[in-house]
Design a protein around this ligand. Structure first.
Ligand code: CAA
Length: 402
């Protein structure tokens, strides 16, 4: 494993950092305070190429490797979690799952417009009674000729009001498949689709989160990703990509907390001395540095495994579990460094504190990842080779094979 960033990694980091600082950060405190999202940012992320960063060039993407995706997520979340959440659902949970499970025809149908942001994508797995217990779905798809009729709803859906299409996981009413689940790419303009925003969130307030509803929504059979029976596996592999982006983004939260804390600790004086000279402040800074360095190594490792086409569910869970806890801890410590100023939105750390709490809930709670890691170690959980894998990087050129 080579940890030396390539020139491409450095350029992508610089461009994502600049984007975060100039396009996301300036207006974020106001949007966050007013619980308002700004879809123009998504459009600009598309124009900058971030929404297609690791989509192969032949499908209109930048064709960069999966470590580059992590770097973009890290630098965007350094500005605010909302931009990284968009990367997680659009690129990680949706586009990369099409890259893994889609037929050649489906990839050509969907990926080019996703790569540029011409279409925005979301992901629908969670339901009111299916969170950690993800297989306990009530949303039902019933086959009717060459269509499926979908009824049900999904909750806690990022970009619920903005996404043009969603990857939706359902149960199947009638099927001979071993597992009664399916995955569909669903267009929001389909009759029977509706959405509603969720208000009053603790964090990620400048991001759109909501519920989506399906009322006798008819979806063509060729919008199914994988086959009947694959739905739960499609969902789990989507989470391998989503959790990776969350793990990488969490490092950006730590860096933002460090940026703010180092500046404050050097400027704020007590009895004529910068508080940065005080050992208890230094201890908190050192702990954040530790979180950032460990966090980067963990997500780089997962990015490396993705590049090589290796199964990485265990390593990805470890990175997400460790980094999200470290980000929340760093934000808490950053508030401590800022004292009373950390308790108000004049400084960014209280926003990172509220945002980072979400990372310990979505894409597998802290407890789910704790249990997964224990199960791996005890031998109760084993990652076996997958039938459908994410394309390894460098991407192979495909000959048209529709
Ligand atoms: N890729 C492909 N297939 C996979 C897989 C993966 N990563 N992981 C598991 N599978 C397959 C398994 O091989 C198995 O198939 P076989 O029966 O053929 O062997 C099948 O899927 C079932 O796997 P498990 O037995 O491991 O499933 P489980 O029931 O033990 O899973 C769990 C339990 C790990 C806790 C799982 O339910 C889970 O991850 N829960 C958390 C769900 C979650 O993270 N939700 C977040 C929602 S998305 C979100 O939050 C985003 C947002 O919008 C904010």
């Amino acid at each position: 494993m080579d940890f030396t960033p390539t020139q491409e990694h450095e350029l992508i980091r610089e461009s994502a950092y600049k984007f975060g600082q100039t396009e996301v950060l300036p207006g974020i405190a106001k949007l966050d305070r007013e619980h308002t999202s700004d879809p123009a940012t998504l459009k600009k992320m598309g124009e900058a190429g971030f929404l297609g960063v690791c989509i192969p060039e032949e499908y209109g993407g930048m064709g960069a490797d999966y470590i580059s995706l992590g770097i973009v997520c890290e630098e965007l979340e350094r500005a605010d979690s909302t931009a990284r959440v968009a990367m997680s659902v659009h690129v990680g949970l949706h586009a990369m799952t099409i890259m893994q499970w889609g037929t050649e025809e489906q990839k050509q149908r969907w990926l080019p417009k996703l790569a540029t942001g011409e279409r925005i994508a979301g992901f629908g797995l969670t339901e009111p009674n299916a969170g950690s217990d993800a297989s306990n779905l009530s949303t039902m798809a019933t086959k009717d000729g060459d269509e499926y009729v979908i009824n049900g709803s999904k909750i806690w859906i990022s970009l619920a009001d903005y996404a043009d299409q969603f990857l939706v996981i359902t149960k199947l009413a009638k099927t001979d498949a071993k597992a009664p689940y399916a995955a569909f790419i669903v267009d929001r303009n389909t009759p029977g689709f509706s959405s509603r925003a969720i208000k009053g969130k603790l964090g990620v307030r400048a991001g759109n989160t909501g519920e989506i509803y399906f009322d006798n929504m008819r979806v063509p059979a060729d919008c199914m990703l994988g086959e009947e029976g694959d739905g739960f596996k499609v969902a789990m592999s989507a989470l391998d990509h989503g959790r990776y982006t969350v793990a990488a983004g969490a490092v950006g939260v730590i860096t933002a907390c460090l940026d703010a804390s180092v500046k404050y600790a050097n400027e704020r004086t007590v009895q004529g001395e910068a508080i940065g000279t005080k050992q208890l402040v230094q201890q908190m800074i050192a702990s954040m540095v530790q979180g950032r360095e460990i966090g980067r190594l963990l997500y780089y490792k997962v990015g490396f495994m993705k590049n090589k086409g290796l199964r990485h569910t265990k390593e990805c869970s470890m990175a997400k579990w460790t980094n999200c806890a470290a980000a929340f801890d760093a934000a808490n410590k950053a508030i401590e460094v800022h004292g009373a100023y950390g308790f108000c939105d004049e400084f960014p750390v209280e926003r990172h504190f509220r945002n980072s709490r979400g990372g310990m809930i979505y894409e597998g709670t802290h407890e789910i990842h704790t249990l997964m890691q224990a199960e791996y170690e005890l031998g109760y959980r084993v990652d076996r080779p997958l039938a459908k894998t994410l394309p390894s990087w460098p991407f192979e050129k495909k000959t048209a094979n529709v």
